[in-house]
Design a protein around this ligand. Structure first.
Ligand code: MN
Length: 166
């Protein structure tokens, strides 16, 4: 098939336009995955600085009541943000829905968490959870048997503790 000059010009324009669109487009999937976290629920309310280091946001999904005696919600930790040390009188289940974060039970190595991980924090066990330094973490939390209590807040996780991989 012969390509006329006019067709050639048109094809060149299409090619140049495609290049321009590609070079000005969104970050690649890899870049997006590294630094951004996909939200499922509204961001919610910023957690108080007496219980969190950095910015963490809580959005309640199932309120604590006498029928279910179970509290469910979503927390988004910005990069570097984490909870204080704390315990749950009846334990807690975490379900990670996006990002990269950490969970540590006192006396055990820090665990790295990512999308799809499920963590069971035993009752009355000192622990903390939060985001990694470079990527935020989105987690669902489930606190069962709330008639026993929900959370006992303790001291902040120091930078040394946060960065300790052992
Ligand atoms: Mn907890």
């Amino acid at each position: 098939m012969r390509i006329t000059n006019r067709q050639q010009t048109y094809l060149t324009l299409v090619g140049v336009t495609a290049l321009l669109v590609a070079s000005c487009s969104q970050p690649t999937a890899e870049e997006t995955q590294k630094n951004e976290v996909e939200a499922i629920f509204p961001q919610g309310e910023k957690g108080p600085s007496e219980n969190f280091t950095g910015n963490a946001y809580n959005y309640g999904l199932v309120p604590d009541d006498s029928t279910y005696t179970t509290l469910v919600g979503n927390v988004y930790f910005e990069p570097g943000a984490r909870s204080n040390w704390h315990t749950h009188p009846a334990g807690q289940i975490l379900i990670i829905t996006d990002g990269v974060g950490y969970h540590q039970i006192e006396g055990e190595p820090r665990q790295t968490l990512q999308k799809g991980d499920v963590v069971q924090c035993p009752p009355n066990t000192r622990h903390w959870h939060g985001a990694s330094p470079d990527t935020g973490m989105q987690q669902l939390y489930i606190v069962p048997n709330t008639e026993k209590g929900i959370v006992e807040w303790m001291e902040p996780v120091t930078d040394e503790q946060y960065n300790n991989t052992k």
